[in-house]
Ligand binder design. Structure first.
Ligand code: PAF
Length: 280
């Protein structure tokens, strides 16, 4: 496994990779969810590049960039064991050199949901992902369904800017009790961890209602809120039943289906989860 930091180092190592090349962009502190992305990339591609970069541009002023968990030696050991070909670990100076001033703003899809709670977040994500796509010249890039709005923003960007690359979405990895795997789960207390599967239960309850014929989006949102109300430590930030591509809130779920999503605080830890209702 090669490990590189600079753009020149990346270009040289990239030139020696068998194609097609798959890219798995990460911010490190890897867990099973990331390794599932690596496996999906290995199934589809001859070589796999993983980037590890905690992107300052996607953190808001009140979000603690310094406290984002990091463990590069462990990450590298996991990637080596997984059989990854190349790891790119750019520094902030490599990604945002002095004078940097070009940003990618996916204007509409970035606004609601997570974008509403975290202004500027998706501008930071879209910009760094565009740079990762360009620098690695990957043929496919792999993202988790867990960050559903991120997927919608990146797909839109890839189409709008004609990136010659396929965006592949990998299903959310879950613990046995349904909790979506996330680097943030380590911050949950034992009691919070016990209640956290309420997010998934709420999504499943809404899906059951949909499959039983419910199409009224407000009623579907209320089903989710009803389940979350059973978790005494849960503080709901939002629940959403939105169009799967535009992410506009729906009145009625049409043949396009819907994206159900939510953000819920347990203490200081903010958890998100989602589920796609397939159109019928
Ligand atoms: O999902 C993430 O970890 C990040 O948002 C990404 C895609 C690596 C961009 O920094």
């Amino acid at each position: 496994m090669h490990t590189v930091t600079t753009i020149d180092g990346l270009r040289t190592a990239r030139a020696g990779l068998a194609e097609p090349v798959g890219l798995v962009p990460t911010m490190g502190y890897l867990h099973e969810g990331h390794l599932a992305l690596v496996r999906a990339a290995q199934e589809r591609c001859e070589s796999v590049v993983v980037s590890i970069f905690v992107n300052p541009a996607q953190f808001g002023p009140n979000e603690d960039l310094a406290k984002y968990p990091r463990d590069i030696p462990r990450d590298l050991a996991l990637l080596e064991e997984a059989g990854v070909d190349l790891v790119w670990l750019p520094t902030s100076e490599v990604m945002y050199p002095e004078g940097f001033q070009t940003w990618v703003d996916v204007s509409e899809v970035s606004q609601p949901l997570e974008g509403g709670m975290r202004p500027g977040h998706f501008r930071g994500v879209a910009t760094v992902v565009a740079k990762l796509f360009n620098a690695t010249e990957a043929h496919f890039a792999f993202f988790g369904q867990k960050d559903a709005q991120q997927v919608a923003v990146i797909k839109r960007m890839a189409r709008d800017l004609n990136f010659p690359l396929g965006v592949v979405v990998v299903p959310t990895q879950r613990e046995a009790d349904g909790l979506a795997r996330s680097s943030r789960n380590v911050f949950l207390s034992a009691e919070e961890r016990g209640q956290a599967p309420a997010l998934y239960r709420a999504l499943i309850a809404a899906k059951d209602a949909y499959e039983a014929g419910e199409r009224n989006a407000e009623k579907i949102r209320r089903v989710m809120l009803g389940t979350l109300a059973g978790a005494s430590l849960a503080q709901v930030q939002y629940v959403s039943c939105a169009h799967p591509e535009t992410l506009a809130e729906l009145d009625t779920v049409s043949a396009d289906g819907a994206l159900l999503s939510m953000a819920v605080y347990f203490g200081k830890t903010r958890l998100i989860d989602n589920l796609v209702l397939e159109g019928q």
